[in-house]
Design a protein around this ligand. Structure first.
Ligand code: PMP
Length: 498
């Protein structure tokens, strides 16, 4: 029997709706609709034959129907060690915080005899079981190169990759999957934009506007092309809370300005910038804008259309997806105007030794074999957060930030760095008479993971007269109780030093 491709992927590993399954099942496998064993009607592939067979459908506690047992955004078994009590019986949207923590196997780790307290989410987030299983499933049943090879696995892998591209487009409000270029991460997305779109039109004396808040990944690529072309960098200043001074930003624009690149959320301070206003101001001057969304996507609902971003970039690993995969969104016209970033297979329409014709975007920017499996894993991560709801995640994190800022402010000798009223995810501080690295090492002995150092954002730390901070950073699986543990450990450290 020939199996229709759509039944293999994404249905095979993941995430069809109950209605999809029912209609596909009745169309292709009427004989399987009769209840077997436990009475299910879900199709899943039989390992030996490759033919889909019925399987039991589970009802997720959050009320999302339709995922096979052990698959979908909230697969079992649950690994988390945190009881409902320890998570305060709280909910993020319809899902309990205890269940959410159970979705992330690593949160049950012990470190130096303590429960792991993962407060290094700005460096990388942890992965839910749904992502880990999706990767396993890809390698076990779909692995192939894509966009070529007239065989079943090539079709499955291609379907899985393009389904992930669709999910990304939907997740960030892009008009089409053709606006989504898969890259290695935020860093590569920014370098691509600088080299392929901005550099070709720069000339000596031109200016690129950045902000004081930028990560090195949104400074160095612009410096490289500025050095190569004779352009220069202008920097929008911030106030003492760590917020952009919009009126000063506005003053930077002049007839030499050619491009603007800005972060939506600062990785060192957590400041949420007025990105939409900043884009509007740049657009009023006829200029294009890139938004670095690396620290925004896992904390705020992001909509590139509402932001009116020309380019938007983020990394999979900052939003519970794999490392080595990221997303560059571009409006159609900028993707078409940009030249290829790298040349090679997959991105061409026709090659002779005299000339090459390129594919349109996004293929034009995806030379060579991409990170197929991790793109698929990223799609699973977005399904996972979507099922909880970014608006619920943002609301819970706002409570965590407010709680954390207040609790840390009570530690003697602690100075908070980054106190903007609009902030997300980051609780940077320095402690009197303590080296940041020593604080980080001490917290590690208590199982508490934070980052201590310059966080690849030296300019903004130097604005505050610092070479580094201690940076606890949050995700929606963190709890008030974990913040309490952090504060208790800091109090113990300061007491010892009296
Ligand atoms: N921009 C910001 C704001 C970041 O926080 C980071 C990662 N810390 C990056 C860019 C670079 O991301 P990646 O290393 O995943 O390319």
């Amino acid at each position: 029997m020939t199996i229709p491709r759509t039944l293999f992927d994404p249905a095979g590993c993941g995430l069809p709706s109950e209605a999809d399954i029912a209609s596909l099942a009745s169309a292709w496998f009427p004989e399987f609709l009769k209840p077997l064993d436990s009475g299910g009607g879900k199709l899943s592939p039989d390992a030996a034959s490759g033919i889909y067979a019925p399987q039991v459908l589970s009802k997720d506690p959050a009320g999302k129907p339709g995922y096979p047992e052990g698959q979908g955004p909230f697969p079992g078994p649950r690994y988390g060690s945190l009881s409902a009590d320890a998570s305060g019986g709280r909910y993020v949207g319809a899902r309990s915080l205890a269940a959410i923590r159970g979705d992330f196997p690593i949160l049950a780790e012990k470190v130096h005899g303590h429960d792991l307290v993962w407060l290094d989410n700005a460096a990388t987030t942890q992965r839910p079981k749904a992502v880990i299983q999706r990767l396993t499933c890809f390698y076990e049943r779909e692995n192939s190169n894509v966009h070529r090879g007239a065989h079943e696995l090539a079709a499955r892998a291609t379907d899985a990759l393009e389904a992930a591209r669709n999910k990304v487009a939907r997740f960030i409000g892009a008009p089409s999957p053709d606006n989504i270029v898969f890259v290695r991460g935020t860093t590569e997305g920014i370098n691509l934009t600088a080299q392929a779109f901005v550099k070709p039109f720069l000339k000596p004396g031109d200016e690129i506007i950045l902000t004081m808040l930028e990560h090195h990944a949104n400074i160095v690529p612009w410096q490289i092309i500025a050095e190569e072309t004779g352009a220069r960098i202008r920097v929008a200043p911030i106030d003492p809370s760590g917020q952009i001074i919009l009126s000063e930003y506005e003053k930077l624009f002049n007839r030499h300005t050619r491009f603007v690149a800005l972060t939506q959320v600062s990785n060192a301070l957590g400041t949420i910038t007025p990105a939409a206003d900043m884009v509007r101001i740049a657009h009023a001057q006829g200029l294009r804008v890139l938004i670095d969304g690396a620290q925004a996507v896992s904390h705020l609902p992001v909509n590139v259309a509402a932001l009116d971003a020309d380019w938007y970039v983020f990394s999979g690993h900052k939003i519970f997806g794999p490392t080595g995969i990221g997303v560059l969104y571009g409006k159609r016209e900028v993707l078409e105007a940009a030249r290829p970033y790298q040349g090679g297979g997959n991105m061409i329409a026709d090659v002779t030794f005299e000339r090459t014709l390129y594919q349109g975007p996004p293929a034009k920017f995806e030379a060579g074999t991409g990170n197929i499996a991790d793109a698929v894993g990223l799609g699973a991560a977005l399904d996972y957060v979507d099922a909880i709801g970014m608006e619920h995640i943002a609301a819970w994190e706002q409570e965590l930030v407010a709680y954390g800022m207040k609790a840390l402010a009570g530690v003697a000798g602690l100075r908070l760095v980054g106190t903007a009223s609009h902030k997300a995810g980051v609780l940077s501080f320095v402690l009197d008479r303590c080296h940041n690295e020593d604080v980080g090492r001490f917290l590690n002995t208590k199982g508490i993971a934070v980052r201590a150092g310059h966080h690849c954002a030296q300019p903004v730390l130097r604005f505050f007269g610092l070479e580094g901070t201690v940076r606890p950073s949050l995700a929606f699986y963190n709890t008030f109780e974990e913040i309490d543990k952090l504060v208790q450990a800091l109090q113990e450290l300061t007491d010892r030093r009296k």
